[in-house]
Structure formats: structure tokens, C-alpha cells
Design a protein around this ligand. Structure first.
Ligand code: SF4
Length: 360
């Protein structure tokens, strides 16, 4: 069986196996977790360094955590330290003022409610100030060596790109992963995907940095390649929104919807997921040209006319492609390997749709 004939699940597991093989750098919090054998001390340090690590570069997290642990060894130390001094100690981690405030409250709560110890249960951990499910799961896995799945924005995005799950939020992703991810990956998935999500499979993926053995089995990569092929086949050119040619032809709008939305268009009411939408239209009529048609779509104060205009109320046009060829329906047919959204066909064609969805 070739790599691409494997099921989506098998491919994703293979991807994780490849990343495990290649992993070189251990993230800061994991390195900290390996330094203490004594479980209570380890849990306290992991908790603090995980809070520091949010929106902070790994090398800063490591350096500042070490500085902090020289001065703060117990929850009582957090209670005793002056907040301004704590701010100075943890500067320049991201949101250091807010984090100093959380850490002060954290110290109080650990003493008052948990006998000065870091709780082991996720339900208790997420009650602590500055601790969400992501931090809580990291403490469970790294400090207590229990099973947890730490899902942040990178894990959420990459698992969805690989179509391993179909979810809208990191919380939903955690629940889905708990149902289907084999336990051997629970503790390492965060380490593997956070690093990869920052360097390579970032919000705008840098697929050229991905090894061939990963690209070969990545469903997202094949979709991106499929789109490129269609653009090439019909001689599409990317144009600036301010420089659309006054010619007849076919156009594609790449629209980004940042948040899911329920949108009413015509007689339809539908929930649109966050992600990218590709709309194929044409400007071939006598009194029409690409500039007139596309600028009309782009105007903020437009009268809602075509169904796509209802989506454009909430989405942002990120890219515009134009071709001089009259190929609207051919392009729509060739893009149908993406998910088509019904109700967006042209009035004079029998296509199922001219609007296609792809996750971001
Ligand atoms: S090929 Fe592209 S989309 Fe796939 S994992 Fe690599 S960077 Fe991400």
C-alpha cells in the first residue's frame, strides 16, 4: 500500500511518528519538568513556567523560569513577594503584569484551597487563576506523568488540516482527540505539533520546508497543490485589489472568514465555518468587465445582490485571481475536490456551486 492510499487516520499517525523521529529541541517547560524528581516541586515549577510560557518565546521562558525559581520556591513565596518585584522578576515574558497578578492570586489559592500543593485533577487545575485547559493538561502530563491531551492553537489547527478531526475550537479538539487519538500520542502530541506549528505548519503553511515524506501524505498540501494546478490550467493571474483589469473574463476571490457565522442568503440560512472560501465568478456580459464586477463585490456599502455578497459582509477578500478565459463553470468543476457550498451556482448554469471551502 502506498503512503497516499493509507486512511486519513493512518496518515496522521505516520506524520506524528515522523515528527517524533526528527524532534531535536525539547520545549522549555518540558525541560523544566525533567529537572526535579520530587513530584510536588516539579508540579509547582511546571505550573509556573507554563503560565509564563503563554505568548513568550521558548528561550525567554526558560531563562525567566530559572530566575523566578531562585526566588520563588513555594506558594507562600508568591504570597509574600511584592507584586511590583514579581513583575520585575518575570519581565520580559508576554503580559508580565497580568501574569504577576495571576501568580500572586495563584499562591493564595494553592494555600487556601489545596494545602499548598498543585492539584492533580483537571477540574481543580482550571479553577486556578491564569490556568486554562491547555495549561492544566500540560501540568497533568509533564508534572504528574498522567494522561492528558494539551491542545493549543497549533495542535488544533494542524489536526484539522490533516482532517483527523473536524472542530471549531481547541476545547472541541481536545474532546475529539480524547475519543480517537491512540494513547501513545497523548503526552507528546503537544510537544510535536507546537514546535512544528511555529516553524513550518504555521497559519500560512511553509510547505516548502516540510520533508517530502510528510508532503506526500498531507491532505492539506494536496489541496493547495490542486488549487495551484487549477490557477495554472486556466491562466489565472493574482492581481491587486486596486489594479483589476478592465477586461472580460473569469475571477476567483479567496475570502477569509475569521469566525464562524450563521448567514442568511436568499431563502437559505446556513452556518459558515471559519476558514477560506473560494468563489468563482465571471464578467462576460456586454456592459461588464472584471474591474466593475469585482469592485462591486469589494465595496463596503454595496447593495446585497448576489449570494456571495452576503458572505462578503463578514469575510475579507484576501486574494483576487483573474483569467481572460470564459471558464467559470470549468473552474468550478475542477475546484470541486474542495468542499462545495450549495446555493452559490450561477443563475444560468447547472453547477452545484461556485463556492468552495477549505480550512485555514
Ligand atoms: S505539507 Fe504543508 S500543510 Fe502539510 S504539514 Fe507540511 S506545512 Fe503543514
Amino acid at each position: 500500500m502506498s503512503a497516499r492510499e493509507k486512511s486519513l487516520e493512518e496518515r496522521f499517525h505516520t506524520f506524528l511518528d515522523i515528527l517524533s523521529r526528527k524532534l531535536k529541541d525539547t520545549p522549555a517547560v518540558e525541560r523544566i519538568s525533567r529537572e526535579d524528581r520530587e513530584v510536588e516541586e516539579r508540579a509547582f515549577k511546571v505550573l509556573l513556567s507554563t503560565i509564563l510560557s503563554a505568548r513568550t518565546k521558548d528561550e525567554i521562558t526558560l531563562e525567566i523560569s530559572k530566575r523566578l525559581f531562585k526566588r520563588i520556591k513555594t506558594p507562600q513565596d508568591l504570597v509574600d513577594i511584592d507584586e511590583k518585584e514579581l513583575e520585575r522578576l518575570i519581565y520580559p515574558v508576554g503580559f508580565y503584569r497580568t501574569k504577576a497578578r495571576y501568580l500572586k492570586k495563584l499562591g493564595e489559592m494553592l494555600i487556601e484551597e489545596f494545602q499548598g500543593k498543585v492539584p492533580r485533577r483537571l477540574e481543580d487545575l482550571i479553577r486556578l487563576p491564569g490556568v486554562g485547559r491547555k495549561t492544566g493538561n500540560l501540568v497533568i502530563t509533564l508534572a504528574y506523568d498522567d494522561y492528558g491531551i494539551c491542545v493549543d492553537t497549533h495542535v488544533h489547527r494542524i489536526c484539522n488540516r490533516w482532517e483527523y478531526i473536524d472542530t471549531e475550537t481547541p476545547e472541541e479538539s481536545e474532546m475529539e482527540l480524547r475519543k480517537k487519538l491512540p494513547k501513545r500520542y497523548w503526552k507528546i502530541i503537544n510537544t510535536l505539533l507546537v514546535d512544528y506549528g511555529k516553524r513550518v505548519c504555521s497559519p500560512v503553511p511553509r510547505c516548502h520546508l516540510c520533508p517530502e515524506e510528510i508532503r506526500e501524505i498531507c491532505p492539506y498540501y494536496h489541496k493547495l497543490q490542486g488549487i495551484e494546478k487549477v490557477l495554472e490550467k486556466y491562466n489565472f493571474k493574482k492581481v491587486s485589489k486596486n489594479n483589476i483589469p478592465e477586461e472580460k473574463g473569469t475571477y476567483i476571490l479567496k475570502i477569509k472568514l475569521k469566525e464562524p457565522r450563521i448567514i442568511t442568503y436568499g431563502k437559505n440560512r446556513k452556518r459558515f465555518k471559519r476558514g477560506y472560501y473560494f468563489y468563482v465568478g465571471s464578467a462576460m456580459g456586454k456592459s461588464n468587465n472584471l474591474r466593475r464586477r469585482i469592485e462591486r463585490h469589494l465595496r463596503e456599502d454595496k447593495k446585497l445582490h448576489w449570494h456571495i455578497d452576503y458572505l462578503l459582509q463578514y469575510g475579507t477578500v484576501k486574494e483576487v485571481y483573474v483569467s481572460r478565459e470564459a471558464v467559470e463553470c470549468e473552474v468550478a468543476r475542477d475546484l470541486s475536490f474542495l468542499k462545495s457550498i450549495e446555493g452559490f451556482g450561477s443563475s444560468d448554469c447547472s453547477c452545484k456551486s461556485h463556492l468552495f471551502f477549505m480550512k485555514s
